[in-house]
Design a protein around this ligand. Sequence first.
Ligand SMILES: Cc1cc2nc3c(=O)[nH]c(=O)nc-3n(C[C@H](O)[C@H](O)[C@H](O)COP(=O)(O)OP(=O)(O)OC[C@H]3O[C@@H](n4cnc5c(N)ncnc54)[C@H](O)[C@@H]3O)c2cc1C
Length: 409
Amino acid sequence: MWEVVQVRAGIAYDCDVLVVGGGIVGLSTAYAITRAAPGTRVTVLEKESGPARHQTGRNSGVIHSGIYYRPGSLKARYAVKGAAEMVKFCAEYGITHAVTGKLIVATERAELPRLHALVQRGRENGIPVRELGSAQIGEYEPEVRGLAAIHVGTTGVADFVGVARQLGAASGAELRYGAQVVRVDRRPERGVAVLTSRGDVVRARVLVNCAGLYCDEVARLTGDEPGMRIVPFRGEYYELARPELVRGLVYPVPDPAFPFLGVHLTRGIDGGVHIGPNAVPALAREGYGWGVVRPREIAGTLAWPGAWALARRHWRYGGGELLRSVSKRAFTTAVRRLLPVAEEADLVKAAAGVRAQAVLRDGTLVDDFLIKEGPRAVHVLNAPSPAATASLPIGREVARRALDMLGSV
Ligand SMILES: Cc1cc2nc3c(=O)[nH]c(=O)nc-3n(C[C@H](O)[C@H](O)[C@H](O)COP(=O)(O)OP(=O)(O)OC[C@H]3O[C@@H](n4cnc5c(N)ncnc54)[C@H](O)[C@@H]3O)c2cc1C
């Protein structure tokens, strides 16, 4: 059947660039392509019935300033630039957003050198920060306690689902929903043909893989070995029943060994205060609760040597996160370090998200954004936080590579 369709389809292309994935990164890429090269025909295939149903629609909604990231890294460069562009984009299109600023609070002595290192890092990344002593924390957050803190003024919150939808609309791309890519046939002289779960065949000159939690699988469908696998880490949230206890955004000092920021308190665009996310291994790539188990996906993760190496290296940290996942009391204890007045009864379970975290064969958690190319294909292989913040610069970079490729085929 596949071969028959291939022959019948001839060599007429349905589009120039085919984007797999209608999250914020795929839609930003579509937008950047049509901005940079008007007239380029772009089709986006998304397996869900609408845009942004996975990471983009299940996150903290924070416009990150860029303070955490290694100077010179893609994360640092794109977050700083992306945060400013995100605010402008939201203002231009009337998308809900606010620049609120945030506090990063040290609650233990051992965290003070790391807090100080963040101040330096922020300055190197060109981010204005204000150092606060214990007594000054109350100026921003009367109920928060800590030994010291820093205030970062450029952090904000935004409706990333609204941003994704607007990027898709403004791109002029053909957006096809309910279209899961299940097979890819790539030939140097004929371009790329994909088969969707609906039985459609779409032919393109170049394929762009922005499939998020499935980006490694889509890369392998094209025939490229990405050299990493996605290990899904669920982030669970609670909602604060007394939102008046927190005015803005309050974060702990992160552990530099992990690309996760630690459980934080975030007043979102809806006025509610979200608490989370933790980081626990998910039993399915879209496993938003312990009850969602996909044996094929678990087997795939376990077959990757990097997953075992990761578990061996970080079992202690993982154990703490697991405890906070199954015990609300343990989760509340973590929250009370920042917000001592919080009670267990103040925490109301909310929807979770799952991070698409790339892990290398040796167990290294890929820290920076990772974009790789194969013949007629560009793969976005690691775009976890702050990729929503940084989606406009990421989209431009992916678009640049796709357009360069288009020029050479
Ligand atoms: C818990 C959590 C908190 C976060 N907090 C923040 C934050 O505060 N600020 C920030 O900047 N970032 C944050 N992030 C990161 C941010 O959400 C992601 O970096 C960003 O949404 C990635 O976008 P994406 O388009 O790559 O992925 P996604 O939004 O996951 O989109 C990928 C899309 O591909 C589709 N797809 C997959 N396979 C196929 C296929 N075979 N065929 C067709 N379609 C397919 C999926 O359905 C999906 O819609 C957070 C993430 C999580 C999980």
